[in-house]
Write a protein that binds this ligand. Structure first.
Ligand SMILES: Cc1cc2nc3c(=O)[nH]c(=O)nc-3n(C[C@H](O)[C@H](O)[C@H](O)COP(=O)(O)OP(=O)(O)OC[C@H]3O[C@@H](n4cnc5c(N)ncnc54)[C@H](O)[C@@H]3O)c2cc1C
Length: 361
């Protein structure tokens, strides 16, 4: 219900279960449905908002709710996408924070602007995409992001961040590194992408190449690559609308070259991916599968039978259930391989503690 002192787009005591794809139960003290930048600015200046905790919410597809949240949840639902301009080398496109990312990719392809096809099918809102530098099938949004606009929720100032200032890494950005994604420091209102006009599809990635070869496609168009990836994703990943989940629950761990070599000696099948800056990335799904957790449940949660990396809620799970399974899987992987797994989703907890999220699951 609306609150007298606050604008009518703010309601109180809102059930967040439908707003997180893992379907964990929690309530928001205040819930603001943001449809425009003007609404956001009005809220930020409101005396009832100042000094309260806040959290910026997209589609909740990378989120673990650790319990009720007494502050403001700002649900970013700002619509809009447009072609801004072009020069000899690039086309510049904008997506407002609330645009569905995958629909935006489909729109670019339908408009004849290739580049983003490998990122089709990633759930979530455009405004959330830079937070963990979304990536899949050999591409990341940082390959294309030109700049983003954000509102500082403390000062009300509008800022532009150039891509080079966002400190992007593997599932990493300045926003995560500084903890701003947990403290609700900035709300990203728009992202601008820069797509090269001279574009060659990236179809060499193992699974894409195999799928194209199976279909007898030699020189795939961007639309064909998108089609293949959509089909692969639908086959491998459970649809949160049918089976609640938050996508990959653990990041692929990066270890030293020495440890990777020792592990590969003991386990010749272990997939290893040497990284440009040193170190080796291991496939977390493979490690989990070796411990026997793939397809196994613990209470109402489990690791998915097709994709060991995806933790699923089979119905009625609590945050405690998720914690228990996460711990069990991490301990099993550590005991077998001496490798620590780090959860990927963001944890929203009521008390502000140092990086509480990553350590409590
Ligand atoms: C089935 C499935 C498959 C997935 N596959 C992939 C994949 O292939 N690759 C990949 O990288 N990820 C993947 N994910 C994770 C997820 O899709 C991405 O992390 C996505 O960017 C999250 O978007 P969201 O809108 O749901 O963000 P939310 O979960 O709502 O929020 C995530 C974080 O972003 C912050 N945030 C959200 N919107 C804004 C904003 N406008 N301004 C500032 N901060 C904001 C939140 O505060 C939070 O810290 C998958 C998830 C699922 C469920």
């Amino acid at each position: 219900m609306p609150i007298p002192m606050l604008p009518d787009f703010v309601t109180s005591q809102v059930d967040l279960t439908p707003y997180n794809t893992l379907a964990l139960p929690a309530r928001a003290g205040f819930f603001a449905r943001i449809h425009s930048v003007e609404q956001l600015i009005a809220l930020v200046r409101h005396p009832e908002f100042i000094g309260r905790r806040r959290f910026v919410l997209g589609s909740g597809s990378n989120l673990l709710l650790a319990g009720d949240f007494s502050g403001f949840v700002l649900h970013m639902d700002i619509p809009g996408k447009r072609r801004i301009s072009e020069d000899a080398a690039y086309i510049y496109l904008a997506a407002a924070a609330g645009e569905n990312w995958s629909d935006f990719v489909a729109w670019t392809l339908a408009s004849g602007w290739p580049g983003l096809e490998n990122l089709i099918g990633i759930p979530g809102a455009a405004g959330a995409a830079p937070i963990q530098n979304i990536g899949a099938y050999g591409a990341e949004i940082s390959d294309f992001l030109h700049q983003l606009t954000a509102l500082d929720l403390a000062s009300g100032e509008t800022l532009t961040f150039a891509a080079r200032d966002c400190a992007f890494g593997y599932r990493e950005s300045l926003f995560k590194r500084e903890g701003w994604h947990l403290s609700g420091r900035y709300a990203i209102t728009e992202i601008v992408l820069r797509l090269p006009k001279a574009w060659r599809v990236r179809a060499a990635y193992g699974e894409i190449a195999a799928e194209l070869a199976r279909g007898g496609i030699r020189n795939p168009t961007p639309a064909q690559v998108a089609q293949v990836i959509s089909a692969l994703r639908a086959r491998k990943l459970p649809d949160p609308r049918q089976l609640a989940n938050a996508g990959s629950f653990f990041q692929n761990p990066k270890v030293s070259a020495e440890l990777a070599a020792a592990l590969q000696h003991a386990h010749p099948q272990l997939p290893c991916y040497p990284q440009p800056g040193g170190g080796v990335k291991l496939a977390a799904a493979w490690l989990i599968e070796q411990t026997g957790w793939k397809g196994r449940n613990l209470g109402p949660v489990g690791m998915h039978e097709q994709q060991a990396l995806v933790l699923v809620n089979r119905g009625g799970a609590s945050y405690r259930d998720v914690q228990n399974l996460s711990r069990a899987v991490r301990e099993a992987v550590f005991a077998r391989f001496g490798v620590s797994l780090t959860p990927e989703p963001v944890v929203l907890a009521d008390q502000r503690t140092e990086d509480r999220g990553q350590r409590t699951v």
